[in-house]
Ligand binder design. Structure first.
Ligand code: SF4
Length: 491
């Protein structure tokens, strides 16, 4: 568990009306736009006349896909892609996605965003019936479930539909068979998945609309919760056996995960964050001279706070975007100084001022404490911290790394205690009602489970990110290796 929250994955799929299309390059651009959703590994699988080839590796999209790798993937009619941040499962090439499997009726490639809540149970059942797993991620379980059903189902989409009877939790999927591209959203609709179309008639599926924009594709719609959309030579069709009602989108997509230029469930993420800032200003007003945001997702909320309060907005921080992969932090002291390397204060905005600093979340409090200290060192007279989300009080089971109460400061301390610990003059969190209202124009309901401990679907009694490693003895220790910020910096 790190000082910030991470999303698990970004997924992308493209179906072109004809063969020999540069689908690998299009997937590359799509993944590039979805890099913020996962920086540990990435991959692209291309379908050329029914033959699926795949390249994937640990690293950022720009590093894994050189011009020569893209050339090797060649052209085709379909491609799917994935960017991964592992909420469990070790970081290695084997766990990278898409996963490509051969089965008795052909090949199948799959890319997944989310976490199954019954993965341990399903995996155990499959292993007892002879299945051998190569990875420690949920996606392999999903592919097994689909392939098993495919043995008796009339089509791949019928197999997916049947497999969904057994899958619980969060999953947005893109699946590629020799002839079809299939997109799927779980019954609760935790993770986003949109459909778009290019001028050339290609159908695109992506976690966020920013991946449509980069290809000049027009947004068609979000997939409904429980929906399966199939694209093949006969057109597009929707299977709605598992559609049970409105989606309960992870509200943290609006607060933090998604890019501000994306639309989720028809609502602009930037506008939702701005609304959060406005609501925050009403809920926690304070006299001050300037409102600043912590880059990146705190900026939009800070703008909203400034607009509502009438207090001027200022650019209080500059973020170093080039720190990325070469930044080495060998000692704790240097690590402590890391925040200064990433984020620097603009002294003229801060010096002698009463500052309202808006951030998107407080996880352990250590990063907030360092940032508040930066402001004090730069001469801030007062620092009032405002958070554009409620306090985290419970784990997330649906594809993020909020995994244990013991790591969440709001489970250990009162708000007053946290305020003191981070060195702020005052502290104010957005209310649960406020976080729901921030995206009131979105055509969905919300999961707010990590803020209320009430989830839209059943949660397992016991779970942890290293569940497979511990259970199958791959490793006695949970993974503690490199985690990266959205810029690729190792934490
Ligand atoms: S528990 Fe929190 S982070 Fe997880 S899906 Fe629900 S709102 Fe999102």
């Amino acid at each position: 568990m790190q000082n910030t929250i991470h999303e698990e994955c970004g997924i992308f799929g493209v179906y072109a009306p004809e063969q020999n299309h540069p689908v690998a390059t299009e997937a590359y651009y799509g993944l590039f736009a979805l890099q913020h959703r996962g920086q540990e590994s990435c991959g692209i699988a291309v379908n050329d006349r029914g033959v699926i080839v795949c390249h994937k590796d640990v690293g950022l999209v720009r590093d894994v896909f050189t011009a020569s790798e893209l050339e090797k993937l060649g052209t085709g009619q379909m491609a799917i892609g994935h960017t991964r941040y592992s909420t469990f499962g070790t970081v290695n090439r084997t766990n990278a996605q898409p996963l490509v499997v051969r089965h008795i009726k052909g090949q199948l490639a799959i890319a997944h965003n989310g976490n199954l809540t019954n993965a341990t149970e399903l995996r155990r059942q499959l292993e007892f019936s002879g299945a051998i797993f190569h990875t420690t991620n949920d996606s392999e379980i999903i592919s097994y479930m689909i392939i098993r059903e495919r043995l008796t189902a009339s089509s791949i989409e019928a197999a997916v539909d049947r497999a969904m009877d057994r899958l619980e939790g969060a999953y947005s999927l893109v699946i590629m068979s020799p002839e079809k591209l299939i997109a799927v959203r779980d019954e609760t609709g935790y993770r986003p998945l949109v459909m778009g179309k290019t001028k050339e008639g290609e159908i695109i599926f992506a976690s966020e609309t920013c991946a449509l924009d980069v290809l000049g594709a027009e947004y068609i719609r979000d997939l409904d919760a429980g929906e399966i959309v199939v694209v093949d030579s006969s057109g597009i069709r929707s299977i709605r056996t598992h559609c049970k009602g409105r989606s309960h989108m992870c509200v943290f997509e609006f607060v933090y995960f998604a890019r501000p230029d994306s639309y989720i469930a028809g609502m602009s993420v930037h506008e939702a964050r701005r609304n959060a800032g406005k609501i925050l200003a009403k809920e926690h007003p304070v006299d001050a001279d300037v409102v600043i945001g912590v880059p990146d997702s705190g900026l939009d909320a800070a703008l909203g706070y400034a607009e509502e309060s009438g207090i001027p907005y200022g650019m209080g921080f500059v973020k170093n975007r080039y720190i990325a992969r070469t930044f080495i932090q060998p000692t704790q002291a240097q690590r402590d100084n890391g925040v200064r390397m990433k984020l620097n204060v603009v002294p003229s905005v801060i010096k002698g001022k009463r500052v309202i600093m808006v951030d998107d979340s407080i996880v352990r409090g250590t990063t907030s404490a360092r940032i508040v200290k930066l402001l004090r060192d730069a001469g801030a007279k007062e620092v009032h911290v405002r958070v554009s989300a409620p306090p985290f009080i419970a784990p997330c089971y649906y594809g993020t790394d909020i995994d244990s109460k013991e790591h969440l400061i709001a489970c250990q301390m009162s708000e007053e205690g946290i305020c003191q610990m981070i060195g702020a003059d005052t502290l104010g969190y957005l209310s649960v009602e406020g976080v729901k209202k921030m995206a009131s124009e979105a055509d969905c309901d919300f999961c707010v489970g990590c803020f209320t401990e009430k989830y839209p679907s059943a949660v397992p009694e016991k779970t942890s990110k290293d569940r497979f490693e511990k259970k199958i003895g791959e490793s006695s220790e949970p993974y503690k290796g490199a985690r990266r910020t959205e810029d690729g910096e190792e934490l």
